[in-house]
Design a protein around this ligand. Structure first.
Ligand code: SF4
Length: 98
């Protein structure tokens, strides 16, 4: 049984998913678990969030953020990331979930 079951995976609210591109090592656990949101890019070989805003410094994307109403598989992907590169913030409470 997976640890994340029965948690607020499908709770409605406002959340921000954040991907730290510097921490990402591109092994793809997030892509495997949550392919509707994450994909590996040819540009840097790292993960990218579909439809996310990109923060670019010195011509490199350093992070991506996406605001969502429902966590769906993003929480599962964040919990599985071995490099702690995916974070989730509840925008209604300010709580950092991961
Ligand atoms: S699981 Fe983490 S380290 Fe692996 S590709 Fe996804 S964000 Fe990058």
């Amino acid at each position: 049984m997976r640890l994340y079951q029965n948690r607020d995976v499908n709770c409605m609210g406002r959340y921000r998913a954040e991907l730290d591109k510097n921490a990402c090592q591109g092994f793809g656990a997030c892509v495997e678990l949550c392919p509707d949101f994450f994909q590996l890019t040819d540009v840097d070989g790292k993960s990218s969030i579909e439809g996310a805003k990109k923060v670019v410094k010195a011509n490199q994307t350093v992070s991506e953020t996406l605001e969502i109403d429902k966590l769906e598989c993003i929480r599962e992907a964040a919990e599985a990331c071995p490099f702690n590169a995916i974070h989730i913030v509840n925008l209604e409470t300010g709580e950092k979930l991961i």
